[in-house]
Design a protein around this ligand. Structure first.
Ligand code: NAP
Length: 304
């Protein structure tokens, strides 16, 4: 079958179309016909050799797919192998798609919305009228977090790297937007959703209201500097870390209930994933370049 192979770490051109053996389902697994595969920023970090748990090479990347099995339209989070015509997935992890959803939307939903929903409903307190500051608000996780925070009744303030991306954040429900070097000193937030890290994380700690919390999700702009507990005590604020991969292993029942809540809300029209671009599978290198160069919005998907 056709797939995209990563033989060596490096730039986007390291992603090459090729033929690979059909996937062999393990115990409790089934083989899904992939109709769309989502690209996550973590895939770019893996390709560049900057992800903590690198796969063995050559590898087929891709941890998020939507596809068909026995006439059912489903979403799934495979352990790699998604950039391909077919992939082996855990049968217990198959999630039915809402009838009105496209496959591209299906491949853009689970990772981003779980990463927004679980922290905002289980780790921190968001009440009607709370101010939630969402960084990288036009990206995959960010565009989900803006919509989720808004659904929970919050006033959403957003940052993003360009004027066009800030416009998108406004259209998704943010009330105010800032560039990354503008929000410090201007914004006070009860909750910060931070997929960016680096200096943005450090500035965000100082933007928290008393009893506020920041959720550290990613380090797109660089690793976090150490946090001094004296600063947290002195300001009455907290830091929460969120890592979906580990939660799926250690609290699968919690993740499953979050999935059920999210799919029901999506089907009911509370929010929907933002698909920024679709590329044929063969053009995976181009699609990765778009994400690496920060020129995408929402989620970019590959279509086999
Ligand atoms: N912890 C978890 O469980 C979990 C789950 C999913 C994702 N993540 C992490 O969350 C982050 C977002 O993931 P995503 O897939 O939704 O990606 P994304 O937000 O679509 O893309 C990353 C965005 O980060 C922003 N950014 C700010 N500074 C940057 C810099 N110096 N270099 C590159 N990008 C920069 C860019 O948006 P602007 O152009 O607007 O600045 C860029 O588009 C990633 O770090 C990812 O690894 C973590």
């Amino acid at each position: 079958m056709r797939a995209i192979l990563l033989r060596e770490l490096g730039g986007p051109d390291r992603l090459e179309p090729g033929d690979v053996p059909e996937p062999e389902p393990g115990e409790g697994q089934v083989v899904l016909e992939v109709r769309a595969a989502g690209i996550n920023f973590a895939d770019v970090l893996v390709r560049l050799g900057r992800y903590p748990q690198p796969p063995e090479l050559p590898a087929v990347l891709g941890n998020e797919v939507a596809g068909e099995i026995g006439g059912r339209r489903v979403m799934a989070l495979p352990r790699g192998g998604g950039y391909a015509e077919r992939v082996a997935v855990d049968e217990a992890g198959l999630v039915p798609m809402p009838d009105t959803a496209s496959f591209a939307e299906g491949a853009s939903f689970l990772l981003t919305f779980l990463t927004a929903w679980i922290p905002l409903t289980r780790q921190v307190r968001v009440e009607p009228g709370s101010t939630v500051l969402v960084h990288a608000a036009a990206g995959g996780v960010g565009s989900a977090a803006v919509q989720v925070a808004r659904h929970l009744g919050a006033r959403v303030v957003a940052t993003a790297g360009s004027e066009a991306k800030r416009e998108l954040a406004l259209s998704l429900g943010a009330e105010e937007t800032y560039a990354y070097d503008e929000f410090a000193g201007q914004v006070r937030a009860d909750v910060v959703v931070d997929p960016v890290g680096g200096p943005v994380f450090a500035d965000s700690l100082k933007a928290l209201n008393p009893l506020g919390s920041i959720v550290a999700i990613g380090y797109a702009a660089g690793l976090w500097q150490p946090v001094d507990p004296a600063l947290l005590v002195g300001r009455n604020v907290g830091v929460q870390g969120f890592y979906l991969g580990r939660l799926m292993v250690h609290r699968p029942e919690l993740v499953r209930s979050a999935v059920e809540e999210l799919v029901a809300l999506w089907a009911g029209g509370a929010f929907r994933p933002h698909v920024g671009a679709e590329y044929p599978l063969e053009r995976a290198a181009e699609a990765h370049r778009l994400v690496e160069d920060r020129l995408h919005t929402g989620k970019v998907v590959l279509v086999p």
